[in-house]
Design a protein around this ligand. Structure first.
Ligand code: BES
Ligand code: MN
Ligand code: MN
Length: 454
C-alpha cells in the first residue's frame, strides 16, 4: 500500500521538490534574503496543503523558521522533525554542468544545489507524512521545525529552541541530513563532529610596501602566516596546539575494531575524489580519521596581490580561515580559546595578530539504546531488507547537541545521502533511489516509533 502510493505519486513528489530546488535560498549571502524568505513561504504552503495545524512562518533576527504540527491525540507519541531549507552558496557557478537552481535529472540523480543537503532529504518527511495520511493509520503526533540558517550557524534557531521548550516538547527528534555508506549498505549515523571556526588576520607593516626597497628587512605577514600554519601539525598529522587532545574520547581496541568493520571501500573513496593516496593522522584508519578524530584545516587563505600580472609588493596583511572538527568530549569554546592563545604566542614581534571566532558547535553521540534508535533500525531492516550499521559521520549539525541540552531529546540521524552526492560542491546531486526509498523508510520509522512508544 505504502509502496504503491509512493510509486503512483512519484512524478508529483519530484516536481514539487523541483519547485523548492529552484528557489535560491542561500542563507550566508544577504543578496539572497528574499529568496530565502520565498522558500519559507513555499514550505508554509506545503504544510497547509498537508492540512497541518498552527502553520507558522516565524520571523527571527536572521532567516525565518517554519513550524507546523498535527496533534491527533495527546496519548500518542510525538515526533519532532527537524531539517533546513537553506543551502550553501553555489559558487563557483562555472563548475556546474547544469545551473545549480535549475534541477536536472541525469543518471537517475537530481542535480541541484540543496538536492541532498537538505531540501531533498527534508522534503522526504513531508511526503512520508502525506503517504501515511492517505494510506495509513496515523498513531502519532507530528511537529515540523524547518530552519533557514543551518548553513550559517543556526543562531536564530538556538534562541527559538531555548524560548519554546513547551511548544517543542516531543518524544524524539528525527533528522534526515546525513549520509549512508552506500545503497547496498544502509547505515544510521551515531556520531557527528563539532566545530570551531576561526579567522586569523596577521598584520606586518602599516601599508603595502615596495618589495625591493623594504624586502628582506621587514617581515612579510603572508610568509609568516604560512610558517605559523605549517607549525600547527607535525609530520604524523598530530595537531600541536597545547591541550588540544586533552578531552578527546579515546576508544578501546574492541570498539575501534567494531568501527572499522563498516564496509568502507578505500579504492572507491580515492577514485571518487581522484587522489593518488590518502593522508591523515598516523595509526588511524580513514574511517576513524573521519569519524572519531579531530582535525585542523585551512578553509581559505588570502592576502597580497592576486590579480593578473606581477606586482612587486610586500603586503601589509595576510588572512586565513581555519576550522577544527571536534569529537566527543571536546568543547568548542575551550578549543577556540586554546587556538587563540596559541596563535598569539606564535606571532613574532615583527607582526601583530587578530584572531576572531565564527560559529562553533558541539559534537554529538547518539544513544543506540533508545526506542527512537530501535525504530530507525527496524525501519531500515524492513524497507532495505538489510541490517543498518551504526556509523560516525565527519560533518556537523551543531543544533543536535543543543536539542539534547535544552529539550533533553535524542535526535535520530536518519539520512540517506551518499558521499558522492557532492554536498557543498558544484554538481550536488541526490539519487532518485535514495529519495523514494528514503520516503518509504521514514514512513516505517514513524510507524515503528508509534508502535514502540505506546
Ligand atoms: N548536512 C550537513 C552536515 C553533514 C553532512 C553531516 C554529511 C553528516 C554528513 C550540514 O548541512 C552541514 O553542512 N553542516 C556544517 C556545519 C555548519 C555549522 C555550517 C558542516 O558540517 O560544515
Ligand atoms: Mn545539512
Ligand atoms: Mn550543509
Amino acid at each position: 500500500m505504502i509502496k504503491d502510493y509512493i510509486n503512483n505519486n512519484k512524478d508529483r513528489f519530484l516536481s514539487e521538490l523541483f519547485e523548492l530546488l529552484k528557489i535560491e535560498s542561500v542563507s550566508a549571502d544577504s543578496k539572497f534574503k528574499e529568496e530565502v524568505d520565498k522558500a519559507a513561504n513555499w514550505l508554509v504552503g506545503e504544510f497547509k496543503n498537508l492540512d497541518l495545524d498552527n502553520v507558522e512562518k516565524i520571523k527571527t533576527k536572521g532567516h525565518p523558521i517554519v513550524y507546523a504540527e498535527k496533534i491527533l491525540d495527546h496519548s500518542y507519541p510525538t515526533i519532532l522533525v527537524y531539517g533546513h531549507y537553506d543551502v550553501q552558496p553555489a559558487d563557483p557557478y562555472e563548475l556546474w554542468d547544469s545551473p545549480p537552481f535549475e534541477p536536472t535529472i541525469k543518471n537517475d540523480k537530481i542535480y541541484a544545489r540543496g538536492a541532498c543537503d537538505d531540501k531533498g532529504q527534508m522534503y522526504m518527511h513531508l511526503k512520508a507524512y502525506e503517504t501515511l495520511k492517505n494510506v495509513g493509520e496515523i498513531k502519532f503526533n507530528i511537529k515540523f521545525m524547518i530552519e533557514g540558517e543551518e548553513e550559517c550557524g543556526s543562531d536564530s534557531l538556538e534562541d527559538f529552541v531555548v524560548k519554546n521548550k513547551e511548544k517543542l516538547s516531543a518524544d524524539v527528534i528525527v533528522i534526515s541530513d546525513t549520509s549512508i555508506i552506500n545503497n547496498e549498505n544502509p547505515s544510521i549515523t551515531i556520531g557527528l563532529r563539532g566545530l570551531s571556526y576561526m579567522e586569523v588576520e596577521l598584520t606586518g607593516p602599516n601599508r603595502d610596501l615596495h618589495s625591493g626597497t623594504y624586502g628582506g628587512a621587514v617581515n612579510n605577514p603572508i610568509n609568516e602566516l604560512c610558517k605559523i600554519i605549517s607549525s600547527l601539525k607535525d609530520e604524523k598529522g598530530k595537531i600541536l596546539i597545547p591541550g588540544f587532545y586533552d578531552d578527546v574520547q579515546n576508544y578501546d581496541e574492541n570498539t575501534r575494531e567494531e568501527i572499522n568493520k563498516v564496509p568502507f571501500d578505500l579504492n572507491e573513496f580515492k577514485s571518487h575524489i581522484n587522489i593518488g593516496d590518502i593522508y591523515g593522522e598516523e595509526s588511524y584508519s580513514t574511517v576513524e580519521r573521519i569519524g572519531i578524530r579531530p582535525t585542523l584545516d585551512v578553509n581559505g587563505i588570502w592576502g597580497g596581490y592576486t590579480n593578473e600580472g606581477a606586482k612587486t609588493v610586500l603586503p601589509s596583511k595576510a588572512f586565513a580561515k581555519i576550522s577544527m572538527r571536534l569529537v566527543s568530549n571536546q568543547s568548542s569554546k575551550k578549543i577556540s580559546n586554546l587556538f587563540t592563545d596559541h596563535m598569539k604566542k606564535l606571532c613574532p614581534p615583527s607582526c601583530s595578530i587578530k584572531v576572531t571566532e565564527h560559529h562553533g558547535g558541539e559534537p554529538c553521540i547518539v544513544n543506540t539504546k533508545t526506542k527512537g534508535y530501535k525504530a530507525a533500525y527496524n525501519a531500515f531492516k524492513e524497507v532495505w531488507e538489510k541490517e543498518p550499521v551504526p556509523t560516525f559521520d565527519g560533518g556537523s549539525i551543531p543544533i543536535v547537541a543543543l536539542f539534547k541540552k535544552e529539550l533533553d531529546l535524542d535526535s535520530i540521524l536518519m539520512g540517506f545521502g551518499l558521499d558522492e552526492d557532492a554536498i557543498h560542491s558544484p554538481n550536488e546531486s541526490y539519487g532518485l533511489f535514495n529519495f523514494y526509498k528514503g520516503i518509504e523508510t521514514i514512513t516505517s520509522f514513524y510507524n515503528n516509533f508509534a508502535a514502540n512508544e505506546k
